[in-house]
Design a protein. Sequence first.
Length: 551
Amino acid sequence: MKTKLYTLCIWLTSVTCGYGQDILINEIMANPKNGQLPAFEYIELLNTSASVVDLSSIRLDINKKSLQLPSYFLAPQQFVILCTTEGEELLSNYGNVISFGNWPSLNNSGATVGLYREDTVLDELSYKDSWHQGSVQKAGGWSLERINPNWKCNIAANWSSSIARRGGTPGGPNSIADRTFIPKVAITTVETADKGVHIRFNTDRTFLPHFEREHFRINPGNIIPTAVTWDEEAEQLILGLDNELKPQEAYALTTKELDICGLRLQIPDYLIFNQPKVHYNDVVINEVLFNPQKEGSDFVELYNRTSLPINLQGWKLGNHTISQEILLLPAQDFLVLTAERDKIINTHANAMTERIHEMKSIPSYPNQQGVVTLFSPDELVDSLYYNATMHAPWINNPKGISLERQSYEEDSNQLDNFKSAATLVGGSTPGYRNSIATDNLYKKNEIFLTAKTVSPDGDGFEDELEINYILNDSDYLFNLNIYAETGRLVNRLIRQESGGSEGKITWDCKDEKKQKSPSGHYIYWMEIYRENGSREIFKGAFILVHKSHHN
């Protein structure tokens, strides 16, 4: 037999024959039902070496059942399909086949499959149906394919559903093959307990290196673990520390480059945040847009009432998860939740883009009425019942106008705590202080100018008139006119607009025909009034100066 094998090796273009560990499991079809390929399970092998390999010394194990492969010379970079005898005829249309009359069934949900030469492991993996790309592929008719055959570690990240139109590639190159792909070895969860940090990875311990305490750093503080141990039962790595990490302080866990599966890899940094128990209304619903413009999208804004950051990981808006990863809402800050971030940015000119978080989906919020609920992983944190009649009665078209919270201290469902956002700010304030927010500290309304002179010469200094207002409530409507000192009306700047409890109105020194107003003395006249009939008038004088003779 040795003579025949040696002769065959010379005949095959002088390729050196050998028994290297380069026969790999390259593709698995565990659930062929409802697919376009023949309805038979199969396992595809690939010879990744530069040598012809006789498979007769190799054993295939499926769970605990063994199949001895027959004598078959597999050429370099070539494939062979292993299947049941009944599937041989149809699968041979796709490539070379080795069939077995005693083929063990592949479990749809997962199984351990391995190739062995006596006691030597050539390749071994425990596949799961969760390795599939989605629920459609998981339901059947799609194979699992290896992405990079050069990566010998069989972690989930190096396997995925075939993207071939027929659902698999038996006997040929994988549809997702990429020899440059390096699967991501990453930390999936970190928990702090006493003076320890408990770490889980997305990779089986078998493929991970031997960790030393010097491999890890925790910052701030440049903390090096005092010890590193494996908890076999919990399948987690434990870093011992001299002191407990401070609650609600963000720490970065970093590792050095490590030898993993024959490569030097950097495990991505992981943010550690120890979140104490959150109480009811620590985070509140602050603004809701449920009737957006045609080009817009619904959103819900949250506000952190506490003096410390809060991690929204695992929280839910209705029954929709806000984030699977750590998502910190800073103290006394805002966060907008939406399923269409770009639409919020495009339809709300003043939106704070860095405070907009895009979820995969958010609950449906009907235009007439609905309920917004916010849950921590443990309990209900806030809820709001809204309806369209909560909008101000003078708003004829509420599209694009949100309902805003007036007080953080009052309950969300307190009468009149949610009202229409000010139209002067565009009808919403995503990511920043509500236009109608008020603390009721001001006993009297104040209207005042930033400066009593204005010079629209484009030098960046006092180019526009700024009229500031601080009011004792948010439900005032505004009228604002600009007059020349002769009493001539120059510009009816604001007419029946809501401005909220605090803000600024600017005038560009042009009349209603967009013509520049000449130098001289002017008067602003501002009326604020409520639906109940209360009314106040404010007046003030200012000087308009054109510094350049060209104006």
